[in-house]
Ligand binder design. Structure first.
Ligand SMILES: Nc1ncnc2c1ncn2[C@@H]1O[C@H](COP(=O)(O)OP(=O)(O)O)[C@@H](O)[C@H]1O
Ligand SMILES: [Mg+2]
Length: 255
C-alpha cells in the first residue's frame, strides 16, 4: 500500500531520515518506535506532505506522493494526527468533524455553480459517514459539546475521528496515547483494533509498549533516522539492538 525507497531528509548536516526502505501492507497495524529524535515524526511529515524529501521516493497505492502538498496527500487517502492536540477547542465535536471532512473537498467554483444537486447528495453521504463515526466512538451524545470541555482521553479520540472524517485508507497516529491514563489507553487500543476490523490500515508511533505490543501486526524500529529492526512484536521484544537502543531504556524509565 505504501512504499518508501531510500527515503532521506537532511536538516543541515543531520539526516533525520536516512536512506529508509519502508513498506506497509494494506490492512495491517504497523507500529513505529524508537528513541526521542530518531525520526518518527519526521517520517510522518514526509509521508503527509509537510516535508519534501532530500532524496528517495514515497509511493502510495501505486502513486508517487513525495513532495505533494498535504491537501493532495489527504485526497490521495492518507490522514494523520499530531503528537500534540490540535483540535479547535471552541468548536463543537460535530464542527471539528466537519473541518476534518472539509480538508478532503476539492475547492472548485464550478462545483458551486453547476452541480448543486450532486453536491447536496455528497453532503448527505458525508453527514451519514460522520454520524457513523460518532456512533463508532460512542460520542453521539457529545456532538454539541465544545472540544475543550471533553475529558482528555476523548479529546485525543476526537482527533482520530477528525482524521477519519477525510475518509482515509491509511491513518497515521503520532503518539495517540501520550498523556492518557491506563483506562483511556485501553479504550484507545480497542478503537484502533476496531479500525483494523473495518479495513483501515494504521501506522502508529507510540511509546506505550503495552499498546504497541498488543495491537501491532508488525513493528519498525528507527534509530538516528535508520531502520534498525522490523518484525512481529515477539521478534522486536527479543531483538538485542532494539533492547540496547530503546527497550532497555523504557524498562529503566518505568522502574
Ligand atoms: N524542521 C526541522 N529542522 C531541523 N531539524 C529537524 C526538523 N524536524 C526534525 N528535525 C530533527 O530531526 C530529528 C528527528 O526528529 P523527530 O522526527 O521529531 O523525532 P521523533 O519523532 O522520533 O522523536 C531530530 O534531531 C530533530 O531535531
Ligand atoms: Mg515525535
Amino acid at each position: 500500500m505504501l512504499k518508501c525507497e531510500q527515503l532521506t531528509i537532511r536538516f543541515g548536516g543531520l539526516s533525520a531520515i536516512d536512506r529508509l526502505d519502508f513498506e506497509i501492507d494494506s490492512g495491517e497495524i504497523r507500529g513505529l518506535i524508537g528513541p526521542n529524535g530518531s525520526g518518527k515524526t519526521t517520517l510522518f511529515n514526509l509521508i503527509s506532505g509537510i516535508y519534501t524529501p532530500t532524496s528517495g521516493s514515497i509511493v502510495f497505492e501505486g502513486k508517487p506522493i513525495a513532495g505533494r502538498r498535504p491537501d493532495e496527500v489527504t485526497r490521495a487517502g492518507i490522514a494523520r494526527t499530531f503528537q500534540n492536540i490540535r483540535l479547535f477547542g471552541d468548536m463543537t465535536v460535530w464542527e471539528n468533524l466537519l473541518v476534518g471532512r472539509h480538508s478532503r473537498l476539492k475547492q472548485n467554483v464550478f462545483d458551486d455553480i453547476f452541480s448543486t444537486a450532486k453536491k447536496r447528495r455528497e453532503e448527505s453521504l458525508a453527514r451519514e459517514m460522520l454520524e457513523n463515526l460518532l456512533k463508532q466512538f460512542r460520542m453521539e451524545k457529545l456532538r454539541d459539546e465544545l472540544a475543550k470541555n471533553l475529558p482528555y482521553g476523548l479529546q485525543r479520540e476526537l482527533e482520530i475521528m477528525r482524521a477519519m472524517a477525510s475518509e482515509p485508507r491509511l491513518l497515521m497516529l503520532d503518539e495517540p496515547a501520550a498523556g492518557m491514563n491506563p483506562q483511556e489507553t485501553d479504550q484507545l487500543m480497542l478503537q484502533i483494533k476496531r479500525l483494523k476490523e473495518l479495513g483501515f490500515t494504521v501506522l502508529v508511533v507510540e511509546h506505550d509498549m503495552k499498546l504497541v505490543m498488543n495491537i501491532c501486526d508488525k513493528i519498525t524500529v528507527l534509530n538516528y533516522g535508520k531502520k534498525i529492526a522490523e518484525g512481529v512484536p515477539r521478534e522486536i521484544q527479543a531483538h538485542p539492538e532494539v533492547i540496547g537502543a530503546y527497550l532497555g531504556k523504557q524498562v529503566k524509565d518505568s522502574a
